[in-house]
Design a protein around this ligand. Structure first.
Ligand code: NAD
Length: 420
């Protein structure tokens, strides 16, 4: 009987469709396909919280380890009410391909808690993070699975995870998380690594289309760790940032937003809304406004069959994971839009997470310059590998990136063999 991927729509269906295309291109058997598609380990936990007012709330927590054939599992921890098991499965699978593509010695994982972090106090988030960590403790650790920040979490949560893990084993283990504060053994350059990589890849994509960054414009959806940093780095290259959005709204200025002033406004108010250096804007319009480069840097599934045909940019650089649905991907390809896939575009974060883990294991700290130079080198190598493979096999960048990554993971499976 032919094995088939689960039906449905959403990030998991998109991830499976991408894997199926790669498997077909590589000519793998159903058995190999099924091994590559199936998570190695999944843990579902309940996370009870005593709220500040004394009441009790219970949240669902997840950790999915999709694959660890190439090394320990690696992936972020997400806090969002939209988190569910299928989303975490998709994100974990993408982490496997991302780690293989940039050739760091990890498999892929992802975690999540279905909670709105903005609706909780600092103390409540600390209790939730520590309880979630203690629940997943049996399957994490520097040689097993190493969490990092993602949507809704930051270096603050990583410090709490490190402390909870370390307290449980009786000694400090800096290698059990990445993306932690530099003063706790975090790496210089980690905080900005994802966005630095996004901007670097955007520059390479612009060069491939003969676009001069100083004459180019961009729009960015999401103004958190990835979007804000991408805006900064792109503006630093001379790109005019015309529009940005966050969960509360959007702001637009045809002549360009002053990113330093916008960041100061966001630090003061918590949102891009109300910024006096631009006009309020329809948030959905950010993806389809008249710019050269669009950077979705918020959530999955925002470029769909409904709006992909309206995209006016010639380049989409996926800062977020899974922002383009399968149907939108086909429409964008048809209209000649160059889509740089998430597993390539936003891999800078996991590259520097790997550097952080290596530094923790060596008890040695590299300089920021060293980290940034090595990051650029890895991103350029991955861009070259993917572009060349795409050209030789006449594939989209996404199909080429997925095929290259899947081939590397599959090689690891085959070399290790099937036990017993
Ligand atoms: P974050 O929590 O720091 O920021 C998220 C931003 O998106 C916020 O500005 C929020 O207001 C905004 N947002 C939320 N929903 C939105 C919506 N519907 N429309 C517009 N804006 C919306 O998260 P982050 O770390 O920047 O992650 C963003 C994306 O990048 C996620 O897909 C994440 O998986 C991916 N990513 C993050 C990293 C990392 O190192 N942080 C690495 C690789 C990929």
């Amino acid at each position: 009987m032919t094995w088939s991927t689960p039906p449905g729509s959403g990030p998991l269906a998109d991830a499976h469709a991408q894997l199926s295309a790669a498997v077909a291109h590589l000519g793998y058997t159903d058995g190999i396909h099924q091994m590559l598609a199936t998570p190695r380990r999944e843990m579902l936990v309940s996370v009870p919280l005593r709220r500040d007012d004394g009441s009790i709330a219970v949240y669902s927590g997840f950790r999915v380890q999709h694959n660890f054939s190439r090394g320990p599992a690696k992936g972020g921890l997400r806090y969002s009410t939209a988190v569910d098991l299928d989303e975490v499965r998709a994100l974990a699978m993408w982490m496997t391909w991302k780690c293989a593509l940039v050739d760091v010695p990890y498999g892929g994982a992802k975690g999540g808690v279905a909670i709105d972090p903005r609706a909780h106090s600092h103390a409540e988030l600390e209790r939730v993070t520590r309880r979630y960590t203690s629940e997943i403790l049996p399957i994490i650790g520097p040689e097993m699975d190493i969490p990092a920040p993602d949507f809704g979490t930051s270096e603050r949560e990583m410090a709490w995870i490190m402390d909870t893990y370390s307290a449980s084993v009786g000694h400090t283990v800096p290698g059990c998380v990445t993306g932690k504060p530099v003063s706790l053994g975090g790496s210089y350059g980690r905080a900005g690594a994802t966005s630095r990589g996004v901007a670097h890849i955007a520059a390479l994509a612009m060069a491939s289309r003969g676009i001069d960054p100083k004459a180019a414009s961009a729009a960015i959806q999401g103004f958190g760790k990835v979007g804000l940093g991408a805006a900064r780095y792109l503006a630093g290259m001379g790109v005019t940032i015309r529009a940005v959005s966050d969960v509360d709204g959007a702001v637009f200025a045809h002549e360009g937003l002053d990113i330093a002033r916008l960041v100061a406004h966001v630090e003061r108010t918590g949102s891009v809304v109300g910024f006096d250096g631009g006009d309020p804007f329809e948030p959905r319009g950010v993806l389809t406004c008249d710019v050269d480069v669009v950077v979705p840097a918020a959530v999955e599934g925002v470029l769909t069959a409904d709006n992909a045909g309206d995209v006016r940019a010639s380049i989409v650089v996926e800062g977020a994971n899974g922002p383009t649905t399968e149907a939108a991907d086909a429409i964008l390809a048809q209209s000649g839009v160059l889509v740089v896939p998430d597993i390539l575009a936003n891999a800078g974060g996991v590259v520097v997470s790997y550097f952080e883990w290596a530094q923790a294991n060596q008890a040695y700290q590299w300089s920021e310059r060293d980290v940034n130079d090595r990051l650029e080198e890895r991103m350029e190598r991955a861009w070259r590998d993917v572009s060349e493979y795409a050209a030789v096999h006449e594939l989209s960048l996404r199909a080429a990136a997925t095929a290259l990554a899947v081939r590397r993971v599959s090689e690891a499976h085959q070399l290790r063999g099937l036990y017993p």
